[in-house]
Design a protein around this ligand. Sequence first.
Ligand SMILES: Cc1cc2nc3c(=O)[nH]c(=O)nc-3n(C[C@H](O)[C@H](O)[C@H](O)COP(=O)(O)OP(=O)(O)OC[C@H]3O[C@@H](n4cnc5c(N)ncnc54)[C@H](O)[C@@H]3O)c2cc1C
Length: 462
Amino acid sequence: MIDAGPVVMMRGEARLGWQAMEASEAPSTAIDVAVIGGGPAGSAVSAFLARLGRRVALIEKSRHPRFHVGESLLPSNLPILERLGVSEAVAAIGRYKPGAEFVSPHHEQRQVFPFADALNPSPDHAYNVTRAEFDELLLRHAAAAPGVDLWEGYTATGAERLPDGWRLTLRGENAPAEIRARFLIDASGRDGFFAKVESVRQRSPRHNSAAIFAHFRDVSSDAWAADGSIAIYWFEHGWIWMIPLRNGLTSVGAVSMPDYLKTRKGPLDAFFIETLKMCPKAWTVLQNASRVSPVRGAGNYAYTAKKAFGDGYLLLGDAYTFLDPIFSSGIYFAMQSAERAAEAVNVVLDRPELAGRLFSRYQRELDNAMARLTWFIYRFNSPILRNLFMKPRNFFAIRKAVVSILAGDVYRGGTLSLRLAVFKTIFHLSRLANLRTDREDRRRREVLPSISLPDNEIADRL
Ligand SMILES: Cc1cc2nc3c(=O)[nH]c(=O)nc-3n(C[C@H](O)[C@H](O)[C@H](O)COP(=O)(O)OP(=O)(O)OC[C@H]3O[C@@H](n4cnc5c(N)ncnc54)[C@H](O)[C@@H]3O)c2cc1C
């Protein structure tokens, strides 16, 4: 299956195991798959493909460890980490996370949803992780797999379609390089390699928030009822996350609606603190904490690509779709799509005629699973959904179904679908019973202006 001949044309730099060549000498392609991006999606798909006997070039523009937002995993992540062979290593760097908690300005009591209460049997916990550590662990694990060549510090800058695959141009820290591969996987996250090359990305018109976040030390333990849980605090303009990490650090972020973001006048760090103060219950537990990282912003929020695949390529993780992180689902979808993609690509490399069928199924399953969450995400700031979350009745095991969703159980149908349908019906009946509130909420969302926060804005001052 694997042609052992040299496949890479190096310019100005020798690499172990590769041979410098002129373009005209280039042999047929021995790399099966070039993966752009060494985040959770790219590292996972590389490791899974290598296990299937494929030869992979994994290209990552930065050098790990590097900062990344998104620190809360879901119970549904754990079986994937297990299959990947990294579950113990992740447990060692993670903070045990037993559930999710919600705090509302309009409700006395917080709501605690332990993962152990889920409808279907699934792990009763997850982990919160520092992404610099987690992503490096996954990247090194992939790079150690026989068949994976890691190109760390190389940015993919162009891709040319050839009759037998792709010619990929890379910008290295010291010199450019080219790789030829039979198949291309875009796991480049929010940067979106293919989104830029092929203009395939469309922003979600229905969800246009942005996030501002930083790490804090000495957040009061009153922030959480159950040690290690993620706590979500609603406020007038959105919601705030508090994710306890190891070593006394807490990741704190505010996801706000664009009409509020438009009111920002000063620098990002001052605006962040002003925003946190707008949520008195959150500020009470934060006021004596110290910020220990720069304040960062992520704009250009929710989007999806028109298609998850094309002729000779496939999109994974955030390179395909980005959902609002309220349900901490990003890493799960990134790794889940990676595992499914590896299986499909492995078959298609031998039987290209199956590409349309297998990749359509890959996209359909992913879209359906995400749709489960988007229903909740689009309504998350609605007072009516908030009421249902804050006073969940377990009639017909609906509360358990909500816990299953919070745990990332989004691929399963059966009784879970039925119970979620009942939950949605109750939501719509509540809307009818609260017509004025519903109308005001919808009006606010209909007139949302476009975002006023650039992606990756950083306020470096501490
Ligand atoms: C504010 C916010 C909060 C979030 N909170 C959570 C959370 O609590 N839990 C959760 O599960 N998810 C969360 N997410 C989402 C999560 O961070 C992402 O879904 C996840 O990182 C996706 O993984 P990925 O591998 O697809 O992309 P990434 O992790 O972004 O990895 C992409 C990699 O590709 C590299 N790259 C990009 N372009 C190129 C190129 N041209 N050449 C080479 N390399 C390239 C990048 O350097 C990067 O390392 C959050 C996201 C945001 C914005």
